[in-house]
Design a protein around this ligand. Structure first.
Ligand code: NAP
Length: 235
């Protein structure tokens, strides 16, 4: 099913826009640079506050405003607290694939009744705000340091898989190509409505990539383990 007009040409993936330069944003930036992609990255305080990060990332990376970052990205990773999502201007993201790494934490984001009662999912709300984009939930179920350390080349016996959810099949396919370039297989978890299956507290959240319940002890999580964990989720 295709419901949004996202541009998903695989040949145009050379620049990744990353809105949010925290733990997940900087990990994705490092993987993208390692994959030979150009990175444009933004935070809320302005590009001048990202000098250390872009220096560490090297010449393939530059800092910009969120608007410039949205404009520059062939794909854009949105990796900010859920409560800040409505601050993001949808206009420069229209027609683009947007990977949403977010999770809902009421203590951080404030209570949202439709999330508390399970009527919707945080990524469905993000899709509602970014109505002209193809939103794909990805990277939300893995600890940032594990994301950095578990990337492997295609075909590696220890390749880890990450779930992707979206309402636009072409956007989901583009997200899978992006994750493949970064060093990850993907498991199609279904629509954004189903994305609660990979959220905090569910078996697919962190545990496929952890030693026991220690999220900081990274372990490769193959596609079969991720599929099994998604199937076991209870609401
Ligand atoms: N940490 C993890 O291991 C992990 C794992 C999976 C999923 N997640 C989820 O992924 C999202 C990001 O998590 P994180 O841990 O990377 O967060 P973080 O370390 O707290 O970083 C958040 C980033 O978002 C930026 N930001 C906030 N509002 C913004 C806005 N309106 N425009 C542009 N940038 C803005 C912040 O910039 P300033 O610093 O300038 O305010 C900061 O760079 C969250 O929803 C989190 O729940 C995190």
């Amino acid at each position: 099913m295709s419901t949004t007009p996202a541009s998903t040409s695989s040949s145009s993936l050379s620049t990744v826009g990353i809105i949010g330069a925290g733990r997940i944003g900087s990990a994705v930036a490092q993987l993208a640079v390692d994959a030979g992609l150009d990175v444009v990255i933004a935070n809320s305080r302005g590009p001048e506050t990202l000098t250390d990060l872009v220096t560490a990332l090297g010449p393939k990376a530059r800092a910009a405003t969120a608007t410039e970052t949205a404009q520059a990205g062939d794909v854009v990773v949105l990796t900010i607290p859920l409560k800040a999502t409505t601050d993001v201007d949808p206009a420069p993201l229209a027609g683009k694939v947007v990977l949403d790494t977010g999770n809902y934490y009421p203590q951080r984001d404030g209570h949202v009744a439709a999330l508390d009662d399970g009527t919707t999912t945080s990524s469905a709300l993000t899709q509602q705000h970014l109505a002209g984009s193809g939103v794909v939930k990805a990277f939300n179920n893995i600890y940032s340091e594990s994301l950095r350390s578990l990337a492997r080349p295609a075909g590696d016996a220890e390749r880890t898989a990450l779930p992707v959810f979206g309402d636009d099949d072409a956007a989901k396919a583009a997200a899978a190509r992006f994750l493949d370039a970064l060093g990850y297989d993907t498991v199609d978890g279904g629509s954004l409505a189903a994305s609660w299956r990979s959220e905090p507290g569910r078996p697919a959240y962190g545990l496929p990539y952890a030693d026991g319940d220690d999220f900081t002890a990274a372990r490769p999580g193959p596609a079969a383990a991720v599929r099994e964990a998604l199937a076991r989720a209870e609401r």
